[in-house]
Design a protein around this ligand. Structure first.
Ligand code: FES
Ligand SMILES: [Fe+2]
Length: 337
């Protein structure tokens, strides 16, 4: 396994609830492990995508009588992995451990399905603030599986300096920068960066969507979640929770949950506006992560130089590997974004 143990052992979001209807089966890959996710009348099941009989992919099967049926010889497996039937044979199979598929723990919260590969993951899902806050409108955005490493995507969203260049004109501008203060706070189990500025960014998106932003804060919740919050004079204006689920060593599946205060505009309108403006930005990041990964693959290893703008240093990577940080605030950094 090429992921740090804390990553491989964590709970991971693997699908949106709406993408797995009752009677449906889906193949997802988590930390290099293919998984057959299915939903029967009895609820959700997650099995390692490998029939114990002759190694057929279970995700090609169908849901039948509360179980997932392998297409090859029709063995059926319940969500707990028990083999409930071997067609054509009258032998009782349920208690026979040898015939079991490998089952995984699965949970569903707030329109999302989470799986863990580990027996040691906590019974409760750790969720970031406001994830299920009923006072906010929420919507999910998912765009398939991307080329690149989950960790590099996390670093990308925690890094404000790329926004002037890669997203020139959309978020910020490379030719006209604004003075900002960058305030980094290390928490034992995470890190955040606040950007304080006196006027909204000069990119198109900020000009149209934002009025009175004073501050934005991005916080990394290891191993795979980053939450960015934009705060106006009085309150939160937008909260984006991005989850980067590692699929394989060279691919990941990003999920984004957008949360906005109720009442400003109808939820569908906010959703349409956010999607419209964010789509090109997301496409730029997607291309950049794929390019970056192509270079790392070619040279066989990542090699990073930390420059003056990389004020988080190696702290994201240490958190990713499961280390804790010493708590405290960095001195404010003056920069131009
Ligand atoms: S391979 Fe799955 S039932 Fe035989
Ligand atoms: Fe970006």
């Amino acid at each position: 396994m090429s992921f740090p143990k804390v990553v491989a052992d964590a709970w991971h979001m693997v699908a949106l609830s709406r993408d797995l209807k009752r009677g449906g089966v889906r193949n997802v890959t988590l930390c290099n492990t293919p998984i057959a996710l299915f939903r029967s009348e009895e609820g959700l099941g997650a099995l390692v995508d490998r029939c114990p009989h002759r190694n057929y992919p279970l995700s090609l099967g169908r849901v039948h009588e509360g179980a997932l049926e392998c297409p090859y010889h029709g063995w059926r497996f319940a969500a707990d992995g028990a083999c409930t039937k071997v067609p054509g044979c009258s032998a009782e199979t349920r208690g026979d451990r040898r015939l079991e598929a490998q089952s995984l723990r699965v949970l569903e919260r707030h329109g999302a399905i989470f799986v863990t590969l580990s027996h040691d993951a906590p019974p409760q899902l750790p969720l970031p603030p406001d994830f299920g806050n009923e006072k906010l409108d929420h919507f999910w955005w998912q765009q398939g599986t991307w080329k690149g490493r989950a960790f590099d995507a996390i670093e990308n969203v925690m890094d404000p300096f790329h926004t002037n260049h890669l997203h020139h004109g959309f978020i910020r501008r490379r030719d006209r920068r604004l003075p900002v203060d960058l305030l980094v706070t290390s928490h034992g189990d995470g890190i955040d960066m606040a950007i304080e500025q006196r006027q909204p960014d000069l990119g198109l998106m900020s000009r149209i969507l934002e009025r009175d932003r004073e501050r934005s804060v991005s916080r990394y919740y290891p191993p795979t979640t980053v939450q960015a919050r934009w705060e106006g004079k009085e309150k939160l204006t937008l909260c984006v929770t991005a989850i980067f689920t590692p699929a394989t060593d060279g691919s990941f599946t990003p999920f984004a949950r957008f949360s906005t205060p109720k009442g400003l505009a109808p939820s569908w309108l906010k959703q349409a506006a956010i999607r419209l403006f964010l789509a090109p930005v997301v496409a730029q990041d997607r291309r950049a992560l794929a390019q970056q990964h192509g270079v790392m693959e070619h040279f066989g290893n990542p090699r990073f130089t930390t420059g003056p703008g990389d004020i988080l240093g190696d702290r994201l990577h240490r958190l990713w590997k499961g280390e804790r940080l010493e708590e405290g605030k960095d001195p404010a950094v003056r920069a131009e974004l």
